[in-house]
Design a protein. Structure first.
Length: 199
């Protein structure tokens, strides 16, 4: 499994032979999608982005099996679960300020959590984010949707930086990377949570 950052909440996740892009319509730089699947948690239109006619766009709750990957969006939620070869990945996307954290308590522990940490007025507070992390107890935490001092979507222009979130949560700030690769490892349940921050 491989993850690469493309923009604010715009990431490319490769699971087996399936390439998935997340919320490209929120990325001011996005011009086209070159993946098999697009997951959307934003109401913003994708009309300005070139998307191949064979690309599957998922916006609604349900369970989808594509290329050996199961993608599940529970009812009344804004997040997606992905399952492949024993890996459980939760893409929390662009959660709203009033997100109900109880929906996360029903998931159980996961391998990778991609969590929006910008804490703008349209996003969850640090307190809400702490509850989500506690509920799913990830092995890897990937902060997304924060201010990198680059182009920000207008509706998230007041997003805070990732370092502010990490310090508030009591996490150390890791060295930034270009691409994250993950392999499921049985018996690693007790290891310390890894923080991954992209350049």
């Amino acid at each position: 499994m491989k993850i690469k950052k493309l923009g604010f909440s715009h990431y490319k996740i490769t699971l087996g032979d399936l390439a998935i892009e997340t919320d490209p319509q929120v990325d001011p730089k996005a011009k086209k999608v070159a993946s098999n699947v697009v997951l959307s948690t934003s109401d913003k239109s994708m009309d300005a982005i070139k998307i191949d006619e064979d690309t599957r766009i998922i916006t609604n709750p349900g369970e989808y099996e594509l290329g050996g990957v199961i993608i599940h969006r529970p009812m009344d939620t804004d997040f997606y679960m992905m399952y492949h070869s024993g890996i459980r990945l939760l893409y929390a996307g662009l959660l709203r300020r009033d997100t109900n954290t109880e929906a996360f308590s029903e998931i159980g522990t996961i391998d990778i959590l991609m969590l929006p940490v910008g804490a703008s007025e349209n996003m969850p507070t640090y307190e809400t984010l702490a509850k989500i992390v506690s509920h799913v107890d990830p092995q890897v935490l990937i902060p997304i949707a924060h201010n990198d001092e680059g182009a920000l979507p207008t509706e998230y222009a007041d997003a805070k930086g990732v370092e502010e979130y990490l310090k508030n949560a009591g996490y150390s700030v890791p060295e930034r990377i270009d691409t994250f690769k993950y392999k499921s490892s049985a018996g690693d349940e007790q290891r310390q949570m890894e923080i991954v921050v992209f350049k």
